[in-house]
Design a protein around this ligand. Structure first.
Ligand code: NDP
Length: 254
């Protein structure tokens, strides 16, 4: 499906980004893998190369604009262009309107929103040249409000609107921009955001009842939707924020 295509995938050292990278490579894409943990990135890279596909590991902290520029430079240098950008890198943290510090708010927005905006902008000349597309990994929290994760929810709502606005602005260039909005998915996100093993186990158990289909998601399932949206099968789809959440976005307390 992706033979001859070049994809940049952020957050490729873990969870949704990693599964997306493996799936894209399986479908024939050359993948540029981005994250901070170089040793893990290299493992993913080797796995892909051992399967006969092309991969490049680019260690970068996407909060740093200079490192972000290098992601694009190194990808173009190695593979000659860019067809697809998947923005999956992200963080979560607890906090309410009462106790979220300005520093915590800014950190959340820096990685979850600003880095997405900047990488989209940097990739644009290449995406326009090849009539490529962008898939941003948002969240059910972008579409619905949840208490206790204020900055995260606001950051994902910003990603959704960034997606919609960019889609309209880039449509005449032939570049599509879409987002996926997963419900709770088993990855390292929540534990990296400060949840203990015990709290995470309880959270996953409770999530069975908060997601109408009765279970949480797997990163491979989110990767399948990203693959579809990034593929030519979705050639008439742009500006969507596509829920993949076992029905959660449709629920309302009663
Ligand atoms: P993981 O924690 O498993 O993966 C997050 C990835 O982001 C890692 O590869 C991490 O790599 C990377 N990352 C974080 N900060 C930076 C940074 N400053 N620079 C570069 N890379 C960074 O979580 P998920 O796979 O779950 O998260 C992927 C996306 O999915 C996120 O945007 C998240 O908000 C979204 N999502 C997740 C849900 C879930 O329940 N899991 C639900 C809805 C949305 P490294 O640490 O090596 O830098």
């Amino acid at each position: 499906m992706f033979k001859g295509k070049v994809a940049i995938i952020t957050g490729a050292s873990s969870g949704i980004g990693k599964e997306t990278a493996l799936l894209f490579a399986k479908e024939g894409a050359s993948v540029s893998l981005v994250a901070r943990r170089e040793n893990i990135l290299k493992e993913v890279c080797e796995k892909i190369q051992n399967g006969g596909r092309k991969a490049l590991a680019v260690k970068a902290d996407l909060c740093n604009p200079e490192e972000t520029k290098k992601v694009v430079e190194q990808t173009v240098q190695k593979f000659g262009g860019i067809d697809i950008l998947v923005n999956s890198a992200g963080i979560i943290a607890s906090g309410t309107i009462k106790n979220t510090t300005l520093e915590a708010w800014e950190k959340m927005f820096m990685i979850n929103v600003t880095s997405v905006f900047y990488l989209m902008q940097l990739c644009l000349p290449y995406l326009i040249e090849r009539k490529g597309n962008i898939v941003n990994v948002s969240s059910v929290t972008g579409l619905r409000a949840f208490p206790g994760v204020l900055a995260y929810c606001a950051s994902k709502a910003a990603v959704d609107h960034l997606t919609r606005c960019a889609a309209l602005e880039l449509a005449s260039d032939g570049v599509r921009v879409n987002a996926v909005n997963p419900g709770v998915t088993i990855t390292n996100l929540h534990k990296a955001g400060g949840m203990s093993e015990e709290s995470y186990a309880q959270f996953l158990e409770r999530s069975k009842s908060t997601h109408p289909l009765g279970r949480v998601g797997k990163p491979e399932e989110i990767a399948e939707l990203i693959l579809f949206l990034a593929s030519d099968k979705a050639r008439w789809i742009t500006g969507v924020t596509y829920s993949i959440d076992g029905g959660r976005a449709q629920t309302c307390l009663r």
